[in-house]
Design a protein around this ligand. Structure first.
Ligand code: ADP
Length: 344
């Protein structure tokens, strides 16, 4: 498909270049042949006037001389040869232009279509990954319902446990579909309402909301705050901070500490989230912002608690506001995520 689209685009480019080149060649031909004709007629009139002005030559001789010079000056064969040479040169030039532009058009068509092809492939991969992730909880839900339906002696506690596990799966599905929607939405920073927001205020809110989850793991979440006002939608900033803090708690060991530090430099308001958890191997660090990517250690330590979508959402938000997100980590020694958002 890509190849035939490339050929079609090349043909269109060529057609456009051919039309332009033809138009210019015809114009140049017209101008040059007009100039040749004008030159010939000016030459003739000059000779005539020179002869008429010359004295001392008998009239009969003057006319004969005039005829001879005029024939030499206006040799129609020379004129038509000049015209032929002009058209041949223009034809040759057009062939060269078409050959060169054919190769160039093919190259440019490939370059133009490459991002579209990449986007299509990315979309296909996204749909395949999303359906794979959606299928897992649906299959689990379906099979546990089927098992219980087949079991004739189902008691009330069994039914309750079935409903509880069904609710868990539905929760997972709803989290996943929310994340997918968030990732596929085309909001750009122009279309979202930017506000003047203090990162410290948002971080404070996130930290206090995450406290119950952290205390389940006996984790301490500490906030070092100083004012850093940035231009961003407060919802996006909340989402960004909560993804990082949630991950830091999720990948911390029992009794660990998560430190959230807010600061600023000349250009950016900065939020740093550091934990003492499992850390991220070097090889995984460049992939963790890809959709559905989960490091092996994370799968082992957290099982099905995650889809590998949080950081890609975080990256998308940061890119939207022309900010940055970086990670520093050593396996077994925790991870530090640093996010910068342009200041107001
Ligand atoms: P997930 O739902 O799996 O947490 P994310 O996109 O938020 O998805 O993170 C992608 C991967 O990055 C995780 O699966 C994990 O391997 C790694 N990761 C992210 N944050 C941390 C962290 N604080 N400590 C260790 N690994 C992390």
């Amino acid at each position: 498909m890509f190849h035939s689209a490339r050929l079609k685009l090349t043909a269109w480019y060529l057609l456009i270049i051919f039309c332009i080149s033809l138009f210019f060649s015809l114009t140049v031909y017209q101008i040059l042949t007009f100039e040749v004709d004008r030159f010939a007629s000016r030459q003739r009139s000059r000779l005539e006037s020179r002869m008429m002005e010359s004295e001392g030559i008998p009239a009969e001789m003057r006319i004969r001389l005039l005829q001879r010079q005029a024939v030499l000056a206006l040799d129609p064969e020379l004129i038509s040869e000049a015209k032929n040479r002009i058209s041949l040169a223009l034809l040759g030039l057009n062939v060269v232009i078409l050959g060169l532009s054919g190769a160039l058009s093919y190259f440019l068509a490939g370059k133009t279509l490459r991002p579209i092809q990449n986007m299509l492939e990315e979309q296909k991969r996204f749909v395949a990954d999303a359906s794979h992730e959606l299928r897992t909880p649906i299959t689990a839900l379906k099979s546990s319902i089927e098992v219980h339906l087949r079991d004739g002696s189902m008691t009330l506690p069994d039914a309750k446990s079935l409903l509880n596990s069904a609710k868990d799966q539905v929760d997972r599905l709803s989290t996943l579909s929310d994340s997918l929607l968030e990732l596929s939405s085309n909001d750009s920073s122009e279309s979202t309402v930017k506000e003047d927001v203090d990162i410290a205020e948002v971080a404070q809110k996130v930290v206090s909301e995450m406290q119950p989850i952290a205390s389940q793991k006996s984790c301490r979440v500490v906030l070092d705050q100083s004012e850093a006002r940035v231009r961003i939608s407060s919802h996006d900033l909340y989402r960004l901070t909560s993804i990082l803090v949630d991950n830091a708690i999720k990948y911390s060991q029992h009794g660990g500490e998560v430190r959230v530090t807010i600061s600023k430099n000349k250009k950016y308001g900065i939020c740093m989230v550091a934990d003492q958890g499992i850390g991220i191997p070097e090889a995984d660090q460049k992939h963790i912002f890809d959709r559905f990517y989960r490091a092996e250690d994370a799968r082992k330590s957290n099982g099905s608690n995650g889809y590998g979508l949080g950081l890609s959402i975080a990256k998308k938000i940061v890119d939207q506001y022309k900010g940055f997100v970086r990670v520093k980590s050593r396996p077994g020694h925790g991870a530090t995520f640093v996010v910068g958002i342009p200041m107001t």
